[in-house]
Design a protein around this ligand. Structure first.
Ligand SMILES: [Zn+2]
Length: 313
């Protein structure tokens, strides 16, 4: 590959930040501003994505904007490279929920603007790389959504070279309502964080797909320990979540804290624990009808059943 050839992300076809190839292990590490960081493993998947071994030409296929959304969302939630084999790719494509109703996407965009604004008189820039973060496929969809928000009088928006908008008073009051009401689609996931690979896989293979396939959005803060600032954020995120999934495997104090806080607010909590750890629970939470699981598939199925049976959409 020559220096003048810019390497292309095989999913979204934008220029990639970095592509590393580990040929002997048949693995490709890709860092893309739009899709996040991910690893492609295996020739079958490479063929599916039509990589012609050089990451430059992709004439045959259109970019896969849906996959770009899925990978970026998963990356932002886990802050770890998304590991893609053909099987995982196939599963994500079938199971990941991407909203298509603009009313659902409005919440996501307003949240995003609310998180980005520093001062109420500042313009907020939306860089193009954040389009998949907003569950949108392209700039045209983003602009359509911004026009909707402008017509609702939530924002001012000018279509210039860069996309800038400004939150209006009605937008601020919509955000306040969004944060106080619990009819959002967000689910707070409380579980042990850190480098435990089994638990990280549990999130990717069981908890995340169970939440998205029942029409909700997961929220997980990835960190080792709470500090003051993150605590405020956790409280705000639990407040605006509809319910909470707490997995006690690994016995993290944070999980007890978060589950207790949600219960205090009267929010439903789904208690989970790996079967062989149930004796280690710090207090008798058995009265709460735990999901006791043995493997990822177990937990996923039980969560889908429990969410469908107990949580009203
Ligand atoms: Zn990409």
């Amino acid at each position: 590959m020559t220096d003048s050839q810019k390497q292309i992300c095989p999913i979204c076809h934008n220029p990639a930040n970095d592509i590393k190839i580990e040929d002997h292990r048949n693995q490709y590490y890709i860092s893309c501003e739009y899709c996040g960081k991910y690893i492609i493993n295996g020739h079958k998947l490479l063929r599916e994505l039509c990589i012609k071994n050089n990451f430059v030409n992709f004439n045959k296929h259109d970019p896969d904007k849906e996959l770009s959304i899925i990978i970026r969302q998963t990356y932002e939630q886990t802050r770890k490279e998304v590991y893609l084999t053909y099987e995982i790719y196939d599963k994500l494509k079938k199971e990941f929920y991407i909203p298509t109703n603009p009313l659902e996407i409005i919440d996501k965009i307003m949240e995003y603007l609310g998180n980005k604004v520093n001062n109420f008189s500042d313009a907020i820039e939306i860089p193009k790389k954040d389009i998949p973060l907003l569950f949108l496929k392209n700039e045209k969809d983003l602009k359509t959504m911004l026009i909707f928000l402008k017509n609702l009088d939530y924002i001012d928006y000018n279509d210039n070279q860069t996309i800038n908008c400004f939150l209006k008073l009605k937008g601020w009051s919509y955000l306040a309502r969004l944060h106080s009401k619990s009819d959002s689609n967000q689910v707070f996931v409380a579980m042990k964080m850190g480098d435990d690979e089994a638990l990280n896989n549990l999130y990717i293979n069981a908890i995340n797909p169970a939440i998205t396939s029942t029409g909700f959005f997961p929220f997980r803060i990835d960190m080792e320990e709470h500090n003051e600032k993150i605590c405020d954020r956790i409280i705000a995120e639990i407040k605006k979540s509809k319910f909470l999934i707490a997995d006690f495997t690994g016995q993290s104090c944070n999980v007890y804290y978060e589950a207790g806080f949600a219960m205090g607010l009267g929010k439903p909590v789904i208690f989970c624990c790996r079967k062989d750890e149930v004796e280690n629970l710090k207090f008798d939470t058995r009265q709460y009808n735990h999901i006791l699981w043995e493997n990822d598939a177990d937990l996923k199925e039980a969560l889908i059943n429990r969410i469908s049976a107990t949580i009203k959409k």
